[in-house]
Design a protein around this ligand. Structure first.
Ligand code: DP6
Length: 336
């Protein structure tokens, strides 16, 4: 059977960095994120007796489709692993064709794993007839994580979500839906280069930083503040939490062995501009993932002015504007 789904990437306000169990992809800490309306993956899958092997093709806004090989290492290899997981759950043997397209460029440094893994998992479940899992979003989020992506599990629910980790499980729950708060995330792209260290490699070095234990000590309080700030729509509190968390995560990265520096000159140019605009009275904050691009977070009333000012900075190559978005959905629009 054929099925398709669409799913957003997300920006984590409180980030996950490091895994306490690398086999089952269990993060050390909860993370909180907002789905992004303009960073979307759409995936179509079809199980068929006619197929001799699994095939996955992925396309980006600015590139033609490329075919992935099952022997690939890292995240691409995990996609084939998720096909196997779902085949086992459904008790089917048929091979599958997968085609996925992202509406953002491959070279913009936006993690395609969150939108891609969630879209793939839901389309596979639908095509394999696993309707009870699709209906149980908590179980579905856990299944998405087992594909190898913690950020992807946060994209399952609409709007603002939290991935919650216990001793041996991790699942997502919703904090508020996408209509709750008119925040805007303007992604300021400062490089078109692939990042020097993959986040998969980065996660495994987290414990080597002397500051990692300190980060984990602080994080419960920061999670609680962030949750409360979202529910109460307290933008100053949210901004303070998200910046503190970004700085804490990058301090861990920079002090890991070997150290990882993701920031570039453009990153600092955007940060300095944000500090200046804030001193002048504008409400604007930043968040940075495992890369050099800056997520500039503001209220919708200020978004146009801030985007124009960002585009005036010589190190900003382009911007992508996002508002809070729905989570992963089934669609009847197929890619083949
Ligand atoms: C810095 O981008 O590797 O974006 O697929 O979940 O492993 P996974 O995502 P990956 O790591 C995310 C790290 C982060 C913070 C975050 O999104 O929580």
């Amino acid at each position: 059977m054929k099925a398709s789904s669409i799913s957003p990437a997300n920006i984590a306000f409180i980030k996950y960095w490091g895994q306490k169990d690398q086999k089952s992809f269990l993060p050390y800490n909860n993370s909180i994120s907002m789905n992004l309306s303009n960073c979307i993956s759409k995936t179509t899958v079809e199980f068929s007796n006619e197929l001799k092997e699994d095939s996955i093709e992925i396309g980006f806004e600015n590139k033609t489709f490329s075919k992935l090989s099952p022997t690939e290492s890292g995240k691409n290899g995990f996609l084939f692993g998720q096909i196997e997981n779902i085949r086992k759950l459904a008790g089917i043997a048929q091979k599958v064709r997968v085609k996925s397209v992202n509406n953002f460029p491959s070279d913009a440094g936006i993690a395609a794993s969150a939108s891609g893994f969630s879209a793939l998992t839901v389309a596979l479940c639908k095509a394999a007839g696993l309707n009870e899992i699709i209906a149980d979003k908590r179980a579905l989020s856990s299944l998405v994580r087992q594909a190898g992506s913690v950020s992807a599990m946060r994209s399952i629910f609409d709007g603002f979500t939290e991935s919650c980790v216990t001793e041996n499980e991790c699942y997502t729950q919703q904090i508020a839906d996408e209509k709750h708060w008119d925040l805007v995330d303007i992604i300021a792209i400062t490089t078109l280069d692939k990042k020097s260290t993959s986040s998969t490699d980065g996660h495994s070095g987290a414990e080597t930083s002397p500051y990692f234990a300190v980060r984990l000590q602080e994080i419960s309080e920061r999670l609680a503040s962030c949750r409360k700030a979202i529910l109460q729509k307290d933008f100053t509190k949210l901004g303070e939490c998200m910046e503190a968390d970004t700085i804490s995560m990058h301090a861990v990265m920079m002090t890991s062995k070997p150290p990882i520096f993701y920031w570039n000159e453009g990153t600092m140019q955007v940060l300095n501009a944000i500090f200046k605009w804030r001193n002048e009275g504008l409400q604007v904050y930043f968040s940075i993932d495992a890369g050099a691009n800056v997520h500039v977070i503001c209220l919708s009333k200020d978004a146009q002015e801030i985007e124009a000012s960002l585009l005036n900075l010589d190190k900003v190559l382009r911007t992508i504007i996002n508002v809070p978005a729905m989570g992963t959905k089934i669609t009847e629009e197929h890619l083949f």
